[in-house]
Design a binder for this molecule. Structure first.
Ligand code: FAD
Length: 478
């Protein structure tokens, strides 16, 4: 395979002619473009960067890069957790954050058309102001919606509403050679050939660059209630989850937290909203359950039913998060879990496995034992309602090399265990370059090779986001 080219002064001039002052080279490039929110996976500076503002600019940039075999890594807000937007092969970073316009609402069909750099929080607030909800709710609200689509982000409302994929109707995409294509239409259903739309969703900038999106919205629920259900231990806590789901209560979220993460969150936020002791007993783990709807009486009935299930499941109590300020604090504390870990930890690596819900305790017991064996502190929380666990390997004492050595042993064994439990490598954070080896082991050689062939169809010269998802060819190019 041919080697990539460098960005020569002539190529730089061509790129500058497309985006003007929004072309940056060498020392002008923002150093943050070298990493995402998981810097343990390495920092790689690009040679140059562009802030694109239109589909036509992205297309023109890609034509120049394709003609010259310049690697291009697309970047949204850089909040990813698997090194996805990190330019492993140098080259150009193409940032879509300035493509941040909400273009139009179609209130008859409940859809919105927008550019990829719109932040999740801005879309959520804008839709809300029109009585609408964009249901996907990943924890990091300053991520771009384009990044969310490219990683098929999940979040805290997936139990009831599904994930980002379920709300994408159509995309405008710039291919590696600069061609502009339209995928999908603003319709409620389709059975019209291979769904390239769904191939593009979650493709992490390796198949094309998303420059416009049409998303589905729903009428905003008018009432909601959250209840915290504390248990003595993780096992009884998780055992309650299938019961809550089976009872036809249709919860929006069932979030899991153990005692350790509750303590760090309280220290970080200064607001101990989740109790560490209830009825004179230590709380080992809790679930935070939220119901949403259009009828207060219906939600009251659901709370009563939840109380009965909790009692049968040996919960310590059911605490209704009643006032709107308490609700806000509870969800702010839940959303701050990762930031709380980052605040008091020097070295962090993470895993975002998804396992069948009833296998959560088996996985957590296994991973904790591994952490004890290898002297790595394990902290975890997750979306219990859908089996998606965020596991953090943490250390303040070890040197980085030793930390990485031990964490690799943990990861190798944990992903094997995950496979035994019929789980998948990533529930929502994606593969990037950090999890590629585990994806390969998990899906097997035939499926991995099919993924590589699909990548080659979209991007024969491998210039889009090299070294990610299924592209293990970077070493061959060196
Ligand atoms: C505190 C915290 C909490 C988080 N909570 C969640 C959570 O609950 N659920 C969840 O799923 N994730 C979560 N994340 C991870 C992260 O926010 C998501 O992966 C998010 O979707 C990344 O969006 P971004 O704009 O930051 O993308 P980036 O990190 O910039 O890029 C991510 C990937 O998308 C590609 N990409 C970005 N824009 C485009 C585009 N326009 N076209 C093509 N490819 C593109 C990049 O090349 C890269 O591969 C969390 C992260 C943090 C730091």
């Amino acid at each position: 395979m041919a080697a990539y080219s460098k960005i020569t002064p002539e190529i730089a001039e061509q790129l500058r002619a497309v985006v003007g002052k929004r072309f940056y080279v060498g020392g002008e490039v923002d150093p943050n473009y070298s990493h995402d929110e998981m810097p343990i996976y390495g920092k790689y500076m690009p040679e140059a960067a562009v802030d694109a503002e239109t589909t036509e600019e992205v297309s023109a940039v890609m034509k120049i890069c394709a003609a010259n075999k310049i690697p291009v890594t697309c970047r949204g807000a850089g909040t990813g957790l698997v090194g996805g937007c990190v330019p492993l092969a140098g080259g150009l970073v193409l940032c879509t954050r300035r493509m941040n316009k909400i273009l139009e609402y179609d209130m008859d069909n409940l859809v919105v058309r927008l550019q990829p750099g719109v932040l999740l929080k801005d879309l959520a607030a804008d839709a809300q102001s029109r009585g609408l909800m964009y249901p996907p709710d990943p924890g990091e609200k300053t991520a771009t919606v384009g990044g969310n689509i490219s990683t098929n982000a999940g979040g805290m409302r997936a139990v009831k509403y599904g994930v980002t994929r379920d709300y994408v109707l159509a995309l405008t995409v710039v291919l590696a050679d600069g061609r502009i294509i339209e995928l999908g239409k603003s319709v409620c259903k389709t059975s019209s050939g291979y769904s390239l739309l769904h191939l593009m969703i979650g493709s992490e900038g390796t198949l094309g660059i998303i420059t416009e999106m049409t998303l589905k919205l729903i009428p905003s629920p008018i009432c909601d209630v959250s209840c915290l259900v504390p248990f003595r231990d993780v096992e009884s806590c998780i055992r309650s989850v299938p019961k809550i789901k089976l009872a036809n209560l249709d919860p929006q979220s069932i979030e899991f937290m153990d005692a350790d993460i509750v303590t760090s969150s309280a220290a970080f936020t200064g607001n101990p909203i989740f109790p560490e002791r209830v009825r004179n007993e230590d709380v080992g783990a809790s679930v935070l359950v939220t119901f949403t709807g259009y009828d207060e009486d219906e939600l009251d009935q659901k709370m009563i039913k939840l109380g009965e299930i909790a009692k049968e499941a040996d919960a310590l109590d059911v605490l209704v998060v009643a006032t709107s300020s308490n609700k806000k604090s509870a969800w702010a504390a839940r959303s701050s879990f990762l930031t709380a870990i980052e605040a008091d930890t020097k070295l962090i690596d993470e895993m975002d496995v998804v396992v069948p819900v009833d296998k959560i305790p088996a996985f957590l017991i296994y991973i904790r034992a591994l952490g004890d064996e290898l002297g790595i502190r394990i902290r975890n929380f997750g979306h219990a309602g859908d089996g998606n666990l965020h596991i953090y390997c943490c250390s303040n004492e070890l040197e980085e090399e030793e930390f990485k050595r031990r964490v690799k042993i943990i990861m190798d064994r944990a992903y094997t265990k995950c496979a035994e439990l019929e789980g998948q490598v990533s529930g929502e954070h994606s593969i990037g370059h950090a999890k590629m080896v585990y994806l390969r082991e998990s899906v097997g050689e035939d499926v991995f090779e099919l993924m590589r062939q699909i990548k080659a169809v979209f991007d024969p010269d491998g210039i889009l986001n090299p070294g990610k998802v299924c592209d293990s060819t970077l070493a061959e190019r060196a």
